[in-house]
Design a protein around this ligand. Structure first.
Ligand code: NAD
Length: 364
């Protein structure tokens, strides 16, 4: 079996090792024979990506799934060597509480289903990783956090970039003071969405459009680039296709003001491709990452030139091993807890509020 020590040793040559090793205390116990046994909830396209990435994990192991499509069970069992006893459907999901062979679930369902399936997992006594956006309202996010606290289980968001080397380096450069006082941040994320019948365009399943789906990276990115929480928001919406985007937002631009005086200027869209950047300007330096939020390879440069960091693994491999280390060994949370998801949900609600008020400044 692989241990946390092996995991860290394996990353020894990578740029990820330094920040991780400096941040993670040596655990009182290193359960060398333990891996975090995970079941994926909702076996769609993202779950399939996570499953592929987990094949290279040392500390996390895929052991089961939850699906409403019975035909998927045999397929996933064969593809990933899983046991039938670790499969559930959306009705008998609560029976997870009787399964000692699953430690955690990873909710990869449409956004509006996160609330229900996180709370039911907590009640079944399982740790939970929940995809972004955390929920479709602030109230739901608060209820999810409360349910996990009550059940004494961990709740993390699928903010995979917090284990990605360029993102970690950006955070380190800001924290070490090498960038100086952060003055301005630009974040963009978007893509041209296809199939007009998909759940991402239905308000009852998605909660919102581009903002909920990928704009959340712009919000989270501006927060980790500044290390601050925004105190005001202004936002504007535009639509080129009111039929396709009848229920959800297509393009939103927004601005965030931070207590230090730093401003973030951000935009998100479902209308065009090649729109992905995180540009942080400090008094002493800058980090310009593009692509910055997708599956990568992430690229970035600073005033010293190209960042050239490790891009050898899928983000989800780093993420799942990192989160397994947090859950199994109690290592510090990498800013992807439920509380972090809630902070982003508060910004999302403030953005929609500003748009509804004709772009007026909304205080958070
Ligand atoms: P998907 O459509 O490929 O998969 C959704 C899954 O949910 C499918 O298996 C589907 O059968 C199931 N489902 C159950 N009830 C459903 C219903 N009523 N309507 C539609 N599907 C239903 O979607 P996806 O791209 O896998 O996204 C799932 C979640 O993962 C979303 O919250 C999304 O934001 C998130 N996601 C995160 C990333 C990331 O990089 N972190 C990337 C993609 C998606």
């Amino acid at each position: 079996m692989n241990s946390r020590r092996d995991f860290l040793r394996q990353m020894g040559g990578s740029a990820l090792a330094a920040p991780l090793l400096s941040q993670l205390p040596t655990s009182a116990h290193t359960p060398a024979d333990r891996q975090l046994r995970v079941a994926l909830v909702g076996l769609g396209s993202y779950a399939a990506r996570v499953a592929r990435a987990m094949k290279d994990c040392k500390l996390a192991k895929l052991v089961g799934g939850v699906t409403g499509t019975p035909e998927k069970v045999e397929k996933w069992m064969a593809e990933h060597g899983l046991e039938k006893a670790n499969f559930y459907n959306y009705q008998n999901y609560d029976d997870l509480k009787n399964n000692p062979n699953i430690d955690a679930v990873y909710v990869c369902l449409p956004n509006a289903m996160h609330h229900e399936f996180v709370i039911r997992a907590a009640k079944a006594g399982k740790h939970v990783i929940c995809e972004k956006p955390m929920s479709v309202t602030v109230k739901e996010a608060e209820e999810m956090i409360a349910a996990c606290k009550k059940a004494n289980v961990k709740l993390y968001l699928g903010y995979r970039l917090h284990f990605e080397p360029h993102t970690r380096e950006l955070i380190r450069l800001r924290q070490s003071g090498e960038l100086g006082k952060i003055m301005h941040v630009n974040t963009y994320d978007g893509f041209r969405i296809g199939d007009p019948t998909q759940w991402r365009l239905r308000k009852n399943l998605a909660g919102g459009g581009a903002l909920m789906d990928v704009g959340v990276y712009c919000i989270n990115g501006a927060r980790y680039a500044t290390g601050e929480e925004p105190v005001w928001i202004t936002a504007q919406e535009s639509k080129t296709d009111p039929v396709k985007f009848k229920e959800v937002d297509e393009t939103i631009t927004f601005q965030m003001g931070f207590p230090s005086g730093a401003i973030a200027s951000c935009a998100t869209t479902y209308n065009f491709n090649n729109f992905e950047r995180l540009y942080v300007i400090g008094e002493k330096g800058f980090v310009d990452m593009s692509p910055a939020f997708g599956y990568g390879p992430i690229k970035g440069r600073t005033r010293n030139g190209d960042m050239n960091l490790d891009t050898s693994k899928m983000h989800q491999t780093w993420q799942m091993d990192g989160l397994a280390d947090c859950i199994l060994n109690g290592t510090p949370d990498p800013n992807m807890t439920g509380e972090e998801g809630l902070k982003d949900m508060k910004v999302i609600e403030a953005i929609y509020k500003s748009i509804a008020a004709g772009g007026k400044k909304v205080l958070i």
